[in-house]
Design a protein around this ligand. Structure first.
Ligand SMILES: Nc1nc2c(ncn2[C@@H]2O[C@H](COP(=O)(O)OP(=O)(O)OP(=O)(O)O)[C@@H](O)[C@H]2O)c(=O)[nH]1
Ligand SMILES: [Mg+2]
Length: 292
């Protein structure tokens, strides 16, 4: 029997809805989603398996001009996903201004087929959709344009046939029951980071990393310890909150989602640790899983 397999790269600006789309295409919550920009920091792989094909979808960080080493590493993940890509999905928020063209420059350099996904059309008028379609037609001449709502899974079904139409005949790259290439610890740290992004404001989410320090699997419960890393003592105090009220919220919300994810009872213990300027330090970034 013939079998198709290939890599799909989802790219775009921060907050465009890339991770929401990824989760909709895979049908599982693979990538964390928050209202804040730069939520995704890694290349996150979600795999769609059917007897006759395997689609390896990469969700990537939003394209920005890097201001510090962590962001430079995030942009390396974007570049890496483009090198492998058999198909590129450019996700763009319909309200987004495309005045600077970092993303477009990247796409002009590739030979891979590109589809532009104009997202969040639930928040726009039909006239706006029409004018954006014309804009992208002119700017990029992509192989296809879809007007979608990733959040409401509107028009998502049309994207799969486009992908399949551009996938080569190839044996599977991963086991046919694999959903991703990252381990449970990674997803647990992401769930905690999602709560930090949702619960804190200003520079706090961007100054934070989450490290799993213990992951003990017992018969009926997993005992997990994690460190929330921040850059300064003042941030540590904010993370903890008055009498520990804020970190307690992080812990409760995260534990609920981790239990859902692992389908198991979880005891979650959180600690806060200061590592000055970790976002600019190669040794810490490497230890935290960021390539450079
Ligand atoms: N109204 C509306 N909101 C959406 C839609 N898709 C995504 N969002 C929202 O947009 C915000 C950003 O979504 P994400 O999926 O995290 O965006 P992203 O492109 O992965 O963002 P980064 O990881 O920061 O680059 C979230 O609040 C989503 O709920 C949509 O179709 N309609
Ligand atoms: Mg994302």
């Amino acid at each position: 029997m013939s079998h198709k397999a290939g890599f799909v790269s989802i790219i775009g600006k921060p907050n465009a809805g890339k991770s929401t789309l990824m989760n909709a295409l895979v049908g599982e919550k693979m990538s964390i989603v928050t209202p804040k920009a730069q939520t995704t920091r890694h290349r996150i792989i979600g795999i769609v398996n059917e007897p006759e094909y395997q689609i390896v979808i990469s969700d990537t960080p939003g394209v920005i001009k890097p201001a510090y080493t962590l962001q430079a590493s995030m942009m390396n993940f974007v570049e890496g996903s483009l090198i492998d890509a058999d198909v590129i999905l450019l996700v763009t928020d319909i309200q987004e201004k495309y005045d600077e063209s970092d993303v477009i420059e990247k796409l002009r350099k590739t030979d891979s087929p590109v589809a532009v996904l104009i997202n969040k059309i639930d928040k726009s008028t039909e006239a706006e959709v029409k004018s954006k379609i014309a804009y992208w037609e002119e700017t990029l001449h992509p192989q296809a344009i879809f007007a979608i709502s990733a959040l409401h899974e509107h028009n998502i079904a049309a994207v799969m046939p486009f992908i399949l139409g551009h996938l080569p005949e190839h044996p599977p790259y991963y086991e046919k029951d694999a959903l991703t290439d990252k381990n449970e610890r990674f997803f647990v740290s992401e769930i905690i980071r999602e709560k930090v992004f949702k619960l804190y404001e200003k520079e706090i989410p961007y100054s934070t990393e989450v490290i799993i320090t213990a992951f003990k699997e017992e018969a009926h419960i997993n005992r997990i310890s994690a460190e929330i890393i921040v850059e300064r003592d003042s941030q540590k105090n904010i993370i903890i909150g008055k009498g520990g009220s804020m970190i307690k919220k992080v812990g409760t919300y995260a534990r609920e989602d981790i239990e859902e994810f692992l389908q198991k009872k979880v005891f979650l213990e959180l600690f806060v640790k200061v590592i000055p300027d970790w976002r600019k330090k190669d040794n810490y970034l490497k230890r935290f899983g960021y390539e450079h």
